[in-house]
Design a binder for this molecule. Structure first.
Ligand SMILES: *Cc1c(COP(=O)(O)O)cnc(C)c1O
Length: 438
């Protein structure tokens, strides 16, 4: 294509996008606005039309070290000159081996084996399959159901959908096909509140009642993300783990959003000092560079599966352990250590508290909260994304609210000035939204 006026190029991209593409959770015939991106660096996204946005989303939790990071770029360039991909059946390579060892060392003690896959939803499918095969291999075929928390989100593939919140998930559309799982109340005890056993009544009753059919409980530890940005008590999680053990039900921790420092711990399970039987990782695993996910399990799970009637684990994606993805993930793990992620997260948290707290006084805001490098302004009424998305862009920030939630989880490398700007502009847009809702 010839060199074009940026404005014309932007218009042409938008027009052809609307003609040929389908965006996430969208109506292809009544398209919502989209903004063509030219490039991005650190916490800045530059649009084709020349506008620059400070990024509040880290591209759905993933871009922890910022865009266009020289060392991450270099890791990919080095690997691409060796081998971009080989099948993982019968072959192996250093990026996969190094990354697996690194993940075993950095995740909670006791998770000893790594199964790589392509995306978060698939990592959840793999985790569910592991849990089912674990009981099958011991002849306990009745234990084939999953129990999950209301307001949970675990992905968009079929088994993952079946454990998402039954109301906000896609259950009503696919009710004929989705496996019928067991649901229990979303934890009502907030992160900073004092836990007592009354908070666990529904969980405990549901678990005990269904224990003979339950293969596993699946949950997002500490932060229920997409289902409502609910930050809940570590004590709740701790007791869930104990109850699962007592009643012979496995625990799957879905840390696809919470993993790699975002909540203020490297993994959210550390808040409760627990090791789940199975752990799912994705999103920020490759710092947002490539699609890659991992499912980790304990020795116990691997041993039972691999000594059963069918002594192999029945899964094997074509692009399993892709060397490019593994090499950039490995570099991202090294950067986390070198750049002192916990200081980065604490600093972001501190500034978010300062800058977002005044939103409490805006009429129409029901709550403001922050955990680690996540900031949430909850409104009384849901926003219409279609109408308000452009207000954020006009304000020079990339924030994509859903429902009543206006939330940010910026790249950990965001500068203090950028973060203050992001929060300040977010508040002005929130005011505009709240005024328009009255
Ligand atoms: C995003 C997400 C998934 C799904 O990951 P994809 O890569 O989008 O398939 C699953 N669980 C949680 C907690 C997530 O945040």
């Amino acid at each position: 294509m010839s060199v074009q006026d940026p404005q014309k190029l932007a218009e042409s991209l938008i027009q052809r996008d609307q003609e040929f593409l389908w965006h996430p959770y969208s109506n292809a015939l009544v398209p919502s606005p989209v903004y063509p991106v030219e490039r991005a660096e650190g916490a800045k996204i530059t649009l084709v039309d020349g506008r620059v946005l400070v990024d509040g989303m880290a591209s759905w939790w993933s871009v922890i070290h910022g865009y266009n990071h020289p060392e991450l770029n270099q890791a990919l360039k080095t690997q691409i000159d060796k081998v971009s991909h080989v099948m993982f059946g019968g072959l192996t390579h250093q990026p996969a081996v190094d990354l697996a060892e690194t993940l075993v060392n950095m995740t909670p003690t006791g998770l000893t084996r790594v199964f790589f896959s392509d995306s978060g939803s698939v990592a959840v499918e793999v985790a569910i399959k592991m849990a089912l095969q674990y009981w099958q291999s011991q002849g306990k075929k009745s234990k084939h159901k999953l129990m999950s928390l209301r307001r949970g989100y675990h992905g968009d593939t079929f088994a993952a959908m079946s454990v998402c919140d039954p109301e906000t998930g896609m259950h009503h559309i696919f009710s004929e096909i989705l496996a019928k799982q067991v649901f229990t109340d979303s934890p009502s005890v907030k992160f900073n509140e004092t836990f007592d056993e009354s908070h666990l009544i529904d969980f405990k009753e549901t678990l005990v009642e269904n224990r003979d059919q339950l293969a596993a409980v699946i949950l997002e530890p500490i932060v229920q993300g997409t289902g409502g940005m609910n930050f809940y008590s570590p004590e709740f999680l701790k007791r869930v783990k104990q109850l699962c053990e007592e009643h012979n039900v496995l625990l799957i921790a879905d840390e696809i959003a919470t993993g790699f420092g975002r909540t203020g711990k490297l993994f959210a399970c550390e808040y409760a000092d627990i090791t789940p039987d199975i752990l799912c990782l994705g999103k920020s695993l490759t710092a947002g560079y490539m699609t890659l996910a991992a499912t980790l399990c304990t020795n116990e799970i691997a041993e039972k599966i691999c000594t059963g009637d069918v002594p192999v684990f029945m899964h094997g994606p074509t692009f399993m352990a892709n060397p490019l993805a593994c090499s950039v993930a490995l570099k991202s793990c090294q950067l986390l250590q070198q750049q002192n992620w916990s200081t980065q997260v604490a600093h972001i948290h501190h500034i978010m508290i300062q800058e977002l707290t005044p939103a409490k006084f805006i009429k129409g805001v029901s709550d403001v909260r922050s955990l680690g490098a996540i900031g949430v302004v909850e409104l009384e009424n849901p926003v219409t994304l279609h109408d308000v998305q452009d207000w954020f862009v006009q304000a020079g920030i990339w924030v994509r609210p859903f429902g009543k939630l206006v939330y940010i989880m910026p790249p950990l490398v965001i500068s203090e000035n950028q973060l203050r700007f992001l929060c300040h502009q977010l508040l002005t847009v929130v005011e505009r939204i709240c005024t328009s809702q009255q």
